[in-house]
Design a protein around this ligand. Structure first.
Ligand SMILES: N[C@@H](CCC[C@H](N)C(=O)O)C(=O)O
Length: 287
């Protein structure tokens, strides 16, 4: 019998990015096949599944993050806000300390109801940390073959790791290419040994950008918090914007601040509860 039977879940979303928060603090581990089955059910449909495991010391929960295709990720911005919201509701406190394999995440209640701020830590820009499969001295703009049709339209992405790998293509028109077509090709490009999340980013002003995202392991989504973080720091790093920006995605907007001093990224945005339930055998049946 699956170790997930009877475990409680919350179906939530962060700007329309579908999140399933699964409480495994009493035990249980998600297999890739179980993740794919849950992603395919209406009641538990997700872009990311945030599985909560017991945390050590002061940590409220250790999170394992699964994409809809069953693969694991070390970071998920929208999912982290949803988990923090759930744990703050449970504890009655206005903060939560979470951990993933990429490190600790300090979360706090935002100024408005259902808003959460997450300290996403410091970004990494070294080619080996993205990771890329070959060295690049400057990751603000790398050379990447995108094929003869798309090459004149999108090229020279910035790359960053904010707990997970991102490539950002700077465009003036977000529809210049069909991201649903080029996304999977770029996600699996040989330059990205661990695949990558792919964004098209348009600069609107010194304090605003707009994104479309193809997520590793999940495809086109309404929003991706880590893409917003990676794009914001890359925009500031290439002097396209300042360090405090509003990032608008198809599902809504996030405020991203790249703090001077420790270089940590602060992400602020909503977490929205939809419904709750418990895992049963029918939810885990192969789709
Ligand atoms: N939607 C997420 C990102 C989830 C992980 C990503 N698809 C990956 O595999 O790295 C977010 O809000 O950050």
């Amino acid at each position: 019998m699956s170790s997930l039977i009877g475990r409680p879940f919350l179906k939530m979303n962060g700007l329309g990015n579908e999140i399933l928060v699964l409480d495994l603090r009493e035990g249980g581990v998600v297999t890739p096949a179980e993740a794919r089955a849950l992603a395919a059910r209406d009641a538990t449909r997700f872009d990311q599944l945030m599985a909560l495991h017991p945390g050590r010391g002061d940590v409220d929960a250790f999170m394992r993050i699964y994409n809809a295709d069953g693969s694991e990720a070390a970071a998920c911005g929208n999912g982290t806000r949803c988990v923090a919201w759930a744990l703050m509701r449970e504890s009655g406190r206005d903060g939560a300390l979470l951990e993933t394999s990429a490190g600790p995440l300090v979360c706090s209640a935002g100024a408005e109801p259902d808003q959460v701020t997450v300290d996403m830590g410091a970004p990494k820009f070294d080619w080996a940390d993205i990771p890329l499969s070959e060295p690049f001295a400057d990751t603000r703009a790398i050379e990447l073959q995108v094929g003869p049709i798309d090459a004149p339209l999108i090229h020279s992405p910035s790359v960053a790791n904010v707990g997970n790998p991102h490539a950002i293509f700077w465009v003036s028109d977000l529809d210049v290419v069909d991201l649903g077509r080029v996304g999977p090709l770029l996600e699996n490009h040989p330059l990205f040994p661990e695949r990558a999340n792919i964004s098209l980013a348009r600069i609107d002003s010194r304090a605003a950008l707009t994104l479309k995202v193809w997520e590793r392991g999940a495809g086109l989504t309404l929003a991706c918090g880590t893409s917003a973080c990676a794009s914001a720091v890359s925009a500031a790093r290439t002097r396209r914007t300042g360090r405090d920006v509003t990032v608008t995605l198809p599902g809504g907007s996030l405020r991203i601040q790249w703090r001077e001093g420790d270089d940590h990224i602060l992400m602020t945005g909503p977490a929205t509860f939809e419904h709750d339930g418990r895992i049963d055998a029918a939810l885990l049946a192969e789709a």
